[in-house]
Every structure is written in structure tokens, then in C-alpha cells.
Design a protein around this ligand. Structure first.
Ligand SMILES: Nc1ncnc2c1ncn2[C@@H]1O[C@H](COP(=O)(O)OP(=O)(O)OP(=O)(O)O)[C@@H](O)[C@H]1O
Ligand SMILES: [Mg+2]
Length: 317
């Protein structure tokens, strides 16, 4: 039985994947042949196992390599995307500023022609005044573009302080109240008294509220209602501005956050309002959501993290 016991031990070793223990069964030719066959099987098993292991290793390396390549490609893509949007922005800014400046130039040439040595001929005074008015309008337009761009580019210098969002909303509502009243629009406020302080730059958040309220008012008919709501969901403060105005069509919706995108005719809108909103909210680690039912109104929701750590992490990513 001794060789049988040795064979059993050998089989057990193989069962435990110990493949470097050849058996020696001693005894006659037949036993030696059995031992050799067993050991050969063990060796083949070991070779196969080693191959599988090295293949797995190679595969792991491949996956790592590929992941790194993909990550690099993705970074590159994001970078390209930024470059493209920066390029587009520069082009649109140049375009948007060039038009009014060309206008101003044109009007000043006309005014120079009107001006005689002894002043402006009586009959042309009204024209002269029109040109001046146009110059004022055009330069105001350029001024707005520049101040919107500045408010956006100052983004990194945000002061994060625990601010009372309800208070910001109330102050902003008071600022625009007169304008809305003139337009025949009712402003309703539903502010959550339990809302905790929000880590933010109060001035910038005010800018967000103003832009959303003005858009809502501009989209509303006389007698329309604009409702501003604050509340909280888990670790986020929520600001909602809802109107029952014209709404946004499915074709327009993907573009509304683009710089200089406006559907407002003859210089009424610059098209930077929502772009500024988006940038400010992004820098606070928050999100802007919009839902619109064409013809029945629009709802903008701004979500802002209540936790400073989370806010700066989201803003960086
Ligand atoms: N509440 C809303 N209801 C309907 N359309 C809206 C609303 N808010 C934004 N829009 C659409 O999105 C466009 C872009 O808005 P945005 O505030 O960026 O620019 P604007 O209001 O046209 O000009 P600006 O705000 O610079 O004076 C608007 O022209 C309008 O078409
Ligand atoms: Mg606007």
C-alpha cells in the first residue's frame, strides 16, 4: 500500500494546486511508469497554470495601459472643448462689440457733417439729437457687454461666506419690484424659513436672482405672475424661479446658456444673462436646471451645495 499512499498524497497536493511535488512510488516498472505519468500530468498542469497567470498579468497591464490612454484622450477632449468655446467666445465678443462701435463711428461722422461753423442748422437739430441718442444706446449696449464679461471673469475671486439666501432674494426682489410693477407683473415669494445659510458670494448670487427674475418678467404677458421659491433638499439649497410666460421652444432650449444667444429683438437683450448665471452657479459647485412648456411658462431651478467642502470640490471638477 505504500505506493498507493504516496499516490494519494500526490493527488491531494495537486488538488491543493501544489504542482511542484513529483511523486516517487518506488517498486517495479509499472509503478515507475505510473509515477512518471502522474508527474508528467503535474508538469503540464503547472505549465498551463503559469501560462494562465502570465496571460492574466499581461491582460491587467493592457487594461491599465488602455485606461491611461483613454483618460489622456478624454483630458485632451475637454481641453479642446474649452479652447473651442473660448475661441468662439472671443469671436462673438469681437462681433458683438464691433457692431455698435461701427454704429457710433457712423453717427459721429454724420454729426460732424451737420456741424457748421456757427452751430447746427435749426432744421437739423432733431437729426443731430437722434444721432446722439443712438450713440448713447450703442455705447450703453457695449457697456453692458463689458460689465457682464467682467462679472464673469472675476469668478475665481469669489468670497464664500455663509449667506442668507432668503435675504438675498428679498433684497433682489425689492430692487426689481418697480420694474415688474411697471410691466404689470406680480412677483410672489415663497421662502423656506428653515433654510440654512448657504456658503456663497452674496453679490454674485444676487446677480443670478436678478437675471432669472428679469428673464421671467420679460417672458411674461401683462398680468403675468412670477414666483420665486427657496427650499432645501438634503444637502442642497434650491432656488426656483417660475413664470407663466411664453416658454422656450425645443430648438431654442439647447442654446439659452450660450453667450450672446438672445431671442429678444432690436437690442433688448445682450444674451449674456443666462451665461453669467451658469458660470456663477458652476463656480459655486451648483447646477442650473430648466424645464419649459412652450406657451405655458418656464421654471429655472438652481441647486447649490450647503456644504463648503463639497461646493469647492464640485466647482473644481
Ligand atoms: N424665463 C424665460 N422664458 C422664456 N425664455 C427665456 C427665459 N429665460 C431665458 N429665455 C430665453 O433664453 C434667451 C437667453 O437668455 P439670456 O438671459 O441669456 O439673454 P437675454 O435675456 O436675451 O439678454 P440679457 O439677459 O443679456 O439682457 C432669451 O433671449 C430667451 O429666448
Ligand atoms: Mg436675460
Amino acid at each position: 500500500v505504500r505506493p498507493i499512499r504516496a499516490l494519494i498524497r500526490g493527488t491531494q497536493s495537486v488538488g491543493e494546486m501544489q504542482l511542484d511535488r513529483p511523486v516517487d512510488l518506488g517498486g517495479g516498472d509499472e509503478m515507475a511508469a505510473l509515477a512518471e505519468a502522474f508527474n508528467a500530468m503535474q508538469r503540464r498542469l503547472k505549465t498551463a497554470l503559469d501560462e494562465v497567470r502570465s496571460l492574466t498579468h499581461v491582460l491587467e497591464e493592457r487594461v491599465k495601459e488602455r485606461t491611461a490612454q483613454l483618460e489622456a484622450a478624454q483630458k485632451q477632449l475637454i481641453q479642446n472643448d474649452r479652447m473651442v468655446s473660448l475661441g468662439q467666445l472671443a469671436a462673438s465678443v469681437a462681433h458683438e462689440i464691433n457692431n455698435p462701435i461701427a454704429g457710433v463711428l457712423n453717427f459721429s461722422v454724420l454729426m460732424e457733417r451737420l456741424l457748421q461753423d456757427d452751430g447746427i442748422p435749426k432744421a437739423r437739430v432733431e437729426d443731430f439729437r437722434d444721432y446722439l441718442r443712438s450713440i448713447t444706446e450703442e455705447t450703453t449696449h457695449v457697456g453692458r457687454i463689458v460689465s457682464d464679461l467682467l462679472s464673469f471673469s472675476r469668478r475665481p475671486a469669489y468670497m464664500r461666506m455663509a449667506a442668507d439666501l432668503n435675504c438675498i432674494v428679498k433684497q433682489t426682489a425689492a430692487l426689481v419690484a418697480h420694474k415688474l410693477e411697471l410691466a404689470g407683473i406680480e412677483l410672489r415669494q415663497q421662502l423656506d424659513p428653515e433654510l440654512p445659510k448657504v456658503p456663497c458670494d452674496g453679490g454674485q448670487v444676487q446677480q443670478v436672482v436678478i437675471n432669472l427674475l428679469m428673464n421671467a418678467a420679460e417672458a411674461s404677458p401683462v398680468g403675468g405672475v412670477v414666483e420665486v421659491t427657496t427650499n432645501r433638499s438634503e444637502d442642497q439649497a434650491i432656488l426656483i424661479v417660475r413664470d407663466s410666460g411664453v416658454g422656450i421652444s425645443a430648438e431654442q432650449l439647447p442654446h439659452i446658456f450660450e453667450p450672446f444667444y438672445t431671442t429678444k429683438e432690436n437690442g433688448k437683450g445682450v444674451g449674456l444673462g443666462l451665461w453669467v448665471v451658469y458660470g456663477i452657479v458652476q463656480a459655486h459647485g451648483g447646477k442650473v436646471e430648466v424645464a419649459s412648456d412652450e406657451g405655458n411658462g418656464t421654471t429655472f431651478r438652481v441647486l447649490c451645495p450647503l456644504n463648503v467642502e463639497q461646493a469647492s470640490q464640485e466647482a473644481r471638477s
